[in-house]
Structures are given as structure tokens and as C-alpha cells.
Design a protein around this ligand. Sequence first.
Ligand code: NAP
Ligand code: G3H
Length: 477
Amino acid sequence: MAKQYKNYVNGEWKTSENSITIYAPANGEELGSVPAMSQAEVDEVYAAAKAALPAWRALSYAERAAYLHKAADILERDAEKIGQVLSKEISKGLKSAIGEVVRTAEIIHYAAEEGLRLEGEVLEGGAFDAGSKKKIAVVRREPVGLVLAISPFNYPVNLAGSKIAPALIAGDVVAFKPPTQGSISGLLLVEAFVEAGIPAGVLNSITGRGSVIGDYIVEHKAVDFINFTGSTPVGENIGRLAAMRPVMLELGGKDAAIVLEDADLDLTAKNIVAGAFDYSGQRCTAIKRVLVMDSVADELVEKVTALVGNITVGMPEESASVTPLIDTKAADFVQGLIDDAVEQGATAKTELKREGNLIYPAVFDHVTTDMRLAWEEPFGPVLPFIRVSSVEEAIKISNESEFGLQGAVFTQDYPRAFAIAEQLEVGTVHINNKTQRGTDNFPFLGVKGSGAGTQGVKYSIEAMTRVKSTVFDISDY
Ligand code: NAP
Ligand code: G3H
């Protein structure tokens, strides 16, 4: 019988009355089951976390950092073991899955160190009326309280660690809800903190379907901060339910690569292919459209198509780049975008092939702004080329998206690249590189439908702490 995984609540591993069986998307193997928590059990999680808060926040940064370093060491030790499970559970190439675990350990180490560098400040009065001269403010940072961390299926471990570690080092306590498809891997991450000796109640897990318990865990008055990564509709709903509570929302994207006439086309093609197709395009930061100047379009499309022919397509255990998508609904959605592009006259540059939920990498040339592929996020291995006749047209199409996560500009003219970057309505612009979240100390954010708030270790710590100001009047002598 496959293993029954448990939730970690107030220092104990617990089952629930109902459970959810998790199957491997690539071959249907039963991987185990996770509890489907009830509302009463969620109440228990939150009560335990709140009770643990005073003692946890009273520790020094160095004491909290010691737990984090230990947990990160355990993850590094177990990276291969956890990576094997993760690879099966979310159909991610094995090497990438192990890489996700190692990257998570690195983030946790870095967060522990960054906590030690957190500083407050002292502000002098005197900038306003004469009386203000006497005042002095001591400005420090304090934890926000209970953080609800929700990660998505495509990085269930890494996008959990990047929320949990900054929250813990800041002195917050955490309730962690992994994606259902990814919850076993999420619980293995929790196990590393448990083995590191994290005190009871400081880190707890909540499993169950978002469609069933999602609203309840978000709306709950015990939660002080919601840190979410996932789709835009769910993120928008969380934003509404959060009411006046602070949120961090990292949502969907439709990142464009803008390619100018003077770009190094070999470098550009290499980056576009990796950016669009790694992990089957199931990355928020995947390159999801190319806006290429007419004069170099033929050459670039040919170079990209040639490289796409070398992409490994297959099973996660083979460490293939393109693997079966997370579920049939996702594969059908991508298929719908492909069918629309074909019906509307886009030119397929690759053989359009699907075996179950495995969609082979698809490249389309001559995509127009009337097609769904120009605007919708596939979260799958399909890349549209839209030909443009001016930089202005490229910027306009890029900015007309409902999303605003990242953009890339390929050119050898750096001043021009900066000028274009200034005009793109996104959180980050990469010059001569693929769009990507890292490195993990850099700020990472989306604008418009791509999110609210800024990730990146230091920025996440700042977001999950708030300023506390104590003001003194200096007496006259
Ligand atoms: P999703 O369906 O929105 O799910 C994300 C998480 O939210 C899962 O843990 C899910 O749990 C949970 N959830 C579902 N309904 C909820 C509700 N009503 N309240 C609270 N939580 C709820 O997204 P996904 O399919 O996992 O991930 C793909 C999407 O995430 C893409 O749009 C991608 O662009 C985006 N993404 C963005 C970033 C970024 O940093 N900007 C990074 C990665 C992914 P269940 O699994 O139980 O439903
Ligand atoms: O899927 C969204 C992730 O935040 C992207 O991270 O660019 O390192 O793959 P990545």
C-alpha cells in the first residue's frame, strides 16, 4: 500500500478523516495519499501557530538562523531522495527536480544570513516646526505574525522555501499549504525543518484541495499575511478575501522576448529555446511570445526551430526537458491554443504532436494579435513568433498584455535596451538573456495581472515584517 503522508501540526504528524490520493502525472503510478484537512483542523493549525508566536519572535536572529541552516543542510543531504519524489509528483525532469531542492536549500541558508543583516534606523526630528527638533524616532522591524504560505504545482518545494525561510527568520510563524499535486514533496520540505528541531507550532502544514478549503484558510481572521504564488484568478480572489491584510501575490505571465535587428541571433535563439521550453514551458517566467523585427525574423525562426529539434522530449526520470503536462485539463488547454493558431493561419514550424498529456514542443511563425496565442498564458511547450516592423510596435504589443511579469530585450545596443526596458510595463527586464526569477537575492515581482508585492530574499523579509517606530522627546538641559 502506498504511503499515507501526514500533516505537521503543533509538533505532531497528524492524519485527517479524509485523504487525497496522489498519482504521478506521467504514468499514473500511485505515489501516496495526503490528508484532506477539515475546517476544524485548520482552526487547530492556526491556534497552534498563534500560541507559538511569542516564544519564536523572542529568539534572536542568530538562534532562528541556526534552525534554518540545519534544515537547509538536511535538504542538501536529501536532495536526491526528495528530488526523486518531486520529479514523479509534478512530472519534472529528475535533474531539474533535484536542482529545485538544492536551490531551496541555498535560499534557506541565504535567508538565515540575510536576517542577521537586518537593520533598523534612527531618524532625527527637526525637519518641520521647531518642536520637532526635540524628537527622535527609533525605527525597528517586527514580525507580522502568522504567515499563510501557498505554493504552486510547478515549484512546490522551492516556492514554499522562498516564503517559509524569510518568514521564519523574520520571527513569523507559518502555515504552509502546498499545491495538491506537489503536496507530498511539500511535506518532505516540512520534514527537513522538523528534523532540524523547529519548535512546535512554528511551522505547520495544511493539505487539501484549494477549491475546497482555499477560501477558508485565506479568509480566516488568524492569518496576518498571505504569501501566494499561483494563477491570476486564484490570486485575485485571495486579494479580495484578504481585505485589509497585507499580501504577496506572484501570478501568471506572458513574458515577451523583443529581438532587434542587431541582436546576436545565435545567443538569442539559445536563450529563447531554453526560456520557452524548460520544464515544458510550465514556468511563470517562461518566454511566452517572441516579438521580432521583420528584417531578422526569417533567420531567427530558422535558428530557433533547429534548436527545438534537439530538445529532449520524454519522461521525467529521463530528465527530459519536455515531459507530460501536469494534467489533462492543462494539456487540453494548450491544445486549444494550438488549434486556434492553426485555424487562424499561423505557420507551424514543428510537427504538431500529442501523446496523452505529452505535447511536443511547438513553434508558430506569423502569429497575429487576433490569435489567442498572442495573449493567453499556455503554461505548456508552445512558442509564438509575432513579427513587428518597429520597436514601438513591439513595446505596444508587450504592454497590451493583461500580465506584466518580465520581458527580455536582445540587442547589442545597451543604451537602446535600457530605453526599451524603461518603457516595458513589467517587474524585470533581462538584456540578452532569457526571462527568469533568479538570482534569488534579486527582486522578483509582477505588475498588472502578474501580482502585487516583491519577492527576493531581502525583499520577502521586508514584506513579512512591519516597521515599528518608537518616538522619544529629548529633554532640555
Ligand atoms: P493555482 O491553480 O492558482 O494554484 C496555486 C496554489 O493555490 C495551489 O496550492 C492551490 O491548491 C491553491 N489554491 C487553489 N484555489 C485556492 C483558493 N481558492 N484559495 C487559496 N488557495 C488556492 O496555480 P497552479 O496551477 O498551481 O500554478 C500555475 C500558475 O501559477 C500559472 O498561472 C503560473 O504562471 C503561476 N505561477 C506564477 C509564479 C510567479 O512567481 N509569478 C510562479 C509559479 C507559478 P490546489 O493545488 O489544492 O488547488
Ligand atoms: O514559475 C515561476 C517561477 O517563479 C519561475 O522561476 O524563472 O527560476 O524558473 P524560474
